[in-house]
Design a protein around this ligand. Structure first.
Ligand SMILES: *[C@@H]1O[C@H](CO)[C@@H](O)[C@H](O)[C@H]1NC(C)=O
Ligand SMILES: *[C@@H]1O[C@H](CO)[C@@H](O)[C@H](O)[C@H]1NC(C)=O
Ligand SMILES: *[C@@H]1O[C@H](CO)[C@@H](O)[C@H](O)[C@H]1NC(C)=O
Length: 736
């Protein structure tokens, strides 16, 4: 039963913890790491500095823990130690140096668990003074000096510098406190040297003070370069120059000697102990020649100045005349302004022209003449004597083109009082061209055309009507006479003015059947275009171009329809349209019509007279003839108009229309008749009484009796809505 239980328990246990057979309990904890710098973080040189690293660890076990201490300086591991002691770890810096300056940090690792301290900076000050030492205080030119510099007791990365005065001679970087170097001292004489060093610490470098000063004497070697130039004076162009560069006092056993002969940056020659050079002197060779020897570090130069006199100057090429026209004669002159007469006769100096095929013939003495080419050409010339050749600058000859005969023309129209232009132009000719306008052969104005495309335009204004002037122009582009254009006569066009429309016959005589003559005249320059209009019509009656400044137009056989307003418009090349006044023409009746009408009138009057005469004659016979007055409305529908007809027998001889007020009575006045007592109002009945048909509403004071002579006739109308206008007027004749 027991082993079975144990087996079960084991199986169960392994079932429950299948991968963990041993479970080591963690038995410590790092509570903190402290870094301290003793005695201080700022110390002077030679102090014993301790970097203390304290790890505070709590543990449950009794076995000591293995602790790994790592010290970092400026992030770099400087020390590692494993200890099982629980005491503080001490990192000792005996006799601290400036190179120990830096940021320190401590890291502790226990069984894979790490903790690190904070960083502390240690600063060490004070550098030991450097010491310079040389083996030999006297050396020869070209020998190297061997010197050593020491920084006693210093550690770390050190750079040493060697100085001569303020001039740095050498720099050397080492990881020791001592360095030995060799370097040359170029010049002879006494040299004072010292050294300094610098310690590199992050991120700076600390400089030491200067070392002791050491004096070195450099002995000059007797070796010297020698420069000889033949000749040295009175050198002219073309002279032969011989130059020798040699060395004096060459020491024995010398193997690394070289000499160089140069002029400016040009090396003429070089050799082991001598360098020669021969040349023909040229003016450009004036200057310094140098002979230089080089032996190891020893360099010795010597130089001499040479002045070469010009034999003749660079020639100049000139042209005469200064301005030449195509195919006209010209002369080119090649001349060297100066020459060394003590060395050269003028005849020895020869000139030639380039290119040779330049169509100019040499006339001797540097002159070349011929005709100018019709195109641009470049010339140069060459002067030579004693093997020296000199070229002039290029002369470009631009032969000018003579101006062609100009043309004169008027731009636009010459209108009186308005400025207009006269143009003058030549088809070809080199610019600038002077164009002069001449008026009646007198120069008026000059225009200089300088640019291609520019025009010579002259502005002219005519002030006086009827004036004609002769114009011509002259074109000139050389010193020769200019060319003249043709002559033009210019007369200014006078703008139209003073339009006058004359009508014949006089207005009062214009009658049907007569002919009407319209005469148009203007002041101004012909040709004139006239247009005659009648008011109200767009189209002119008549249009004409007159070469005169007047015109006329006739309308034949006038009729009444020809009445109207007439005017004309006119314009001429000055282009201002002027208009005349509008004249009203009234065509009157023809004479014969008047006569006919007059005759008829006379006839009618005569007939009337006869009729009247006959009437009165008959009336006297019928003295008691009845008179009938009938008054009736002229129209039954009219409310206010009545026609009163006076009737005698059946013959109506007069009529009057009377305005009637509806409510008022109207007295019809008898029309004037002859003075006869027997009025036409006499009733046919002898005893007629005045009877009112309708009662008057009131006695109207304004009622005035119509009285004629001794007869009174009352005629009253009563307006009544019932009675209408119907009514009878009875007249009573009273005879006094
Ligand atoms: C520094 O330590 C060294 C070695 O232990 C010792 O000889 C020297 O006297 C110490 N210097 C000072 C200033 O304590
Ligand atoms: C240089 O000139 C001297 C003297 O004329 C002559 O003796 C020597 O051989 C010449 N040297 C050379 C390299 O031409
Ligand atoms: C003349 O020389 C000028 C420059 O010096 C050049 O531009 C030009 O084209 C030359 N004319 C002719 C005709 O060769």
């Amino acid at each position: 039963m027991g082993p079975l239980l144990l087996l079960t328990s084991t199986l169960l246990s392994s079932y429950l913890h299948p991968w963990r057979v041993v479970d080591a309990q963690k038995s410590f904890t790092i509570r903190g790491i402290t870094l301290s710098v003793e005695p201080s973080t700022d110390v002077t040189r030679d102090t014993n500095v301790t970097i203390r690293c304290q790890a505070i660890v709590s543990s449950s076990g009794h076995q000591p823990l293995s602790r790994e201490y790592t010290i970092y300086k400026d992030g770099i591991v400087v020390y590692t130690k494993t200890s099982s002691s629980s005491e503080d770890f001490l990192y000792q810096l005996y006799n601290a140096r400036v190179s120990n300056t830096g940021k320190y940090m401590c890291k502790v690792t226990i069984e894979g668990e790490q903790r690190q301290s904070e960083t502390k900076k240690l600063t060490v000050t004070g550098l030991s003074p450097p010491h310079l030492h040389i083996n030999n205080g006297v050396i020869s030119e070209g020998e190297e000096l061997t010197a050593s510099c020491t920084a006693p007791g210093e550690t770390g990365s050190i750079i040493f510098y060697f100085y001569e005065g303020s001039k740095e001679k050498r720099e050397e970087r080492v990881n020791t406190n001592h360095v030995e170097v060799s370097f040359p001292l170029s010049s002879s004489g006494i040299h004072k040297l010292y050294c300094v060093y610098t310690i590199l610490i992050t991120p700076d470098s600390i400089w030491s003070e200067k070392s002791n000063s050491v004096t070195v004497t450099v002995r000059e070697l007797p070796i010297t370069p020698v420069l000889e130039i033949f000749p040295l004076q009175d050198i002219y162009e073309g002279d032969r120059l011989d130059i020798f560069c040699t060395v004096k006092n060459v020491p024995r056993n010398t193997n690394n000697l070289d000499v160089y002969l140069s002029q400016g940056d040009q090396l003429l020659s070089s050799g082991i102990t001598e360098a020669n050079h021969s040349m023909t002197a040229l003016a450009k060779d004036s200057g310094e020649f140098e002979c230089r020897l080089q032996m190891g570090h020893v360099v010795k130069p010597v130089s001499k100045k040479v002045s070469v006199t010009e034999l003749f100057s660079v020639p100049t090429l000139t042209m005469s005349p200064a301005e030449v026209f195509q195919k006209e004669p010209m002369t080119l002159t090649c001349r060297s302004e100066s020459f060394a007469s003590e060395r050269l006769r003028r005849e020895e100096l020869t000139y030639s022209l380039d290119p040779p095929e330049s169509f100019l013939i040499p006339r001797g003495n540097g002159e070349f003449s011929g005709k100018a080419l019709p195109y641009e050409f470049n010339y140069t010339c060459t002067a030579q004597a004693k093997g020296i050749v000199k070229h002039s600058k290029t002369l470009t000859v631009h032969p000018r083109v003579s101006v062609s005969t100009p043309r004169i023309s008027v731009v636009g129209k010459a209108v009186l009082g308005r400025p207009f232009q006269i143009r003058c132009e030549s088809d070809f000719g080199s610019l600038p061209i002077n164009y002069t306008l001449l008026e009646n052969y007198d120069p008026l104005h000059t225009v200089i055309v300088k640019q291609p495309g520019q025009q010579a335009l002259f502005i002219v204004t005519f002030r006086h009507p009827g004036k004609t002037s002769k114009y011509m122009c002259e074109a000139k582009n050389s010193h020769k006479d200019g060319k003249l254009s043709e002559t033009v006569d210019i007369t200014a066009i006078e703008p139209l003015s003073q339009p006058l429309l004359t009508i014949i016959p006089t207005l009062s005589e214009i009658a049907e059947g007569t002919n009407l003559l319209l005469i148009c005249s203007v002041k101004g320059t012909p040709p004139v275009t006239f247009k005659i209009y009648r008011d109200g019509r767009d189209q002119p009656l008549f249009t004409t171009n007159s070469y005169d400044n007047n015109t006329s137009f006739e309308i034949r056989d006038l009729s009444k329809e020809d009445s109207g307003k007439y005017y004309f418009e006119a314009f001429n090349p000055a282009n201002n349209v002027i208009s005349s006044e509008h004249i009203h023409v009234e065509v009157q009746l023809a004479m014969w019509k008047k006569v006919v009408i007059g005759g008829f009138c006379l006839l009618a009057v005569s007939v009337l007279v006869v009729v009247l005469a006959l009437f009165f004659k008959s009336k006297r016979g019928k003295r008691e003839a009845a008179a009938e007055l009938s008054v009736k409305p002229s129209s039954p529908k009219s409310d206010d108009s009545l026609t009163v007809n006076l009737t005698h027998d059946t013959e109506v001889y007069n009529a009057a229309t009377v305005k009637v007020n509806r409510t008022d009575s109207v007295w019809s006045e008898r029309p004037p008749a002859d003075n006869d007592e027997e009025s036409s109002m006499v009733s046919h009945e002898p005893d007629v009484e005045y009877t009112e048909v309708v009662h008057p509403r009131s006695a109207d004071p304004a009622r005035v009796p119509l009285r004629k002579g001794t007869d009174t006739v009352y005629s009253e109308l009563q307006n009544s809505p019932h009675a209408g206008f119907g009514g009878v007027c009875r007249a009573q004749r009273r005879t006094t």
